[in-house]
Design a protein around this ligand. Sequence first.
Ligand SMILES: NC(=O)c1ccc[n+]([C@@H]2O[C@H](COP(=O)([O-])OP(=O)(O)OC[C@H]3O[C@@H](n4cnc5c(N)ncnc54)[C@H](OP(=O)(O)O)[C@@H]3O)[C@@H](O)[C@H]2O)c1
Length: 131
Amino acid sequence: MEDKTILVVGATGFLAKIFLEKVLRVQPNIKKVFLLLRAADAKSAAHRLNNEILGTDLFNLLKEKLGANFNSFISEKLTVFPGDICYEDLGLKDSTLKEEICNQVDFCLLLLGGIETLFFTLVPFENADMT
Ligand SMILES: NC(=O)c1ccc[n+]([C@@H]2O[C@H](COP(=O)([O-])OP(=O)(O)OC[C@H]3O[C@@H](n4cnc5c(N)ncnc54)[C@H](OP(=O)(O)O)[C@@H]3O)[C@@H](O)[C@H]2O)c1
């Protein structure tokens, strides 16, 4: 994962949270993780990140490991944005962010609920269709 950028969809979910914590803890040289969260706006997405992901006990080990550097590490590595995979362009309204994601993401991890979705999909982003 060194110097790679990934997009995680379904990050509030059970499996994706475990994946995210593990990647940040054991692969800290990952470049960036974009997190798509279902939310009305950027503020609500950030709220979900803090309450439903980083605020859970799962992240205690990483907090212990990084100590006072935890918040700056998270700010450097994570970019959270509101979206929904059911909509065109993942529901992304911010065109600058959309361009950033298209240009920077190496892999996309989809961990969505429901038996009709793929269980674990890690695809090179160049093969992903954003239209
Ligand atoms: N958990 C297990 O032990 C296990 C074992 C084998 C297979 N699986 C399979 O693995 C997959 C993930 O499981 P999980 O337990 O991690 O699921 P989960 O806890 O139900 O999480 C699902 C995630 O998908 C997100 N999501 C759903 N629809 C979305 C949409 N339209 N746009 C964006 N995000 C969306 C949810 O967001 P919200 O928070 O907004 O709802 C949530 O973050 C499922 O297909 C499951 O069947 C799980």
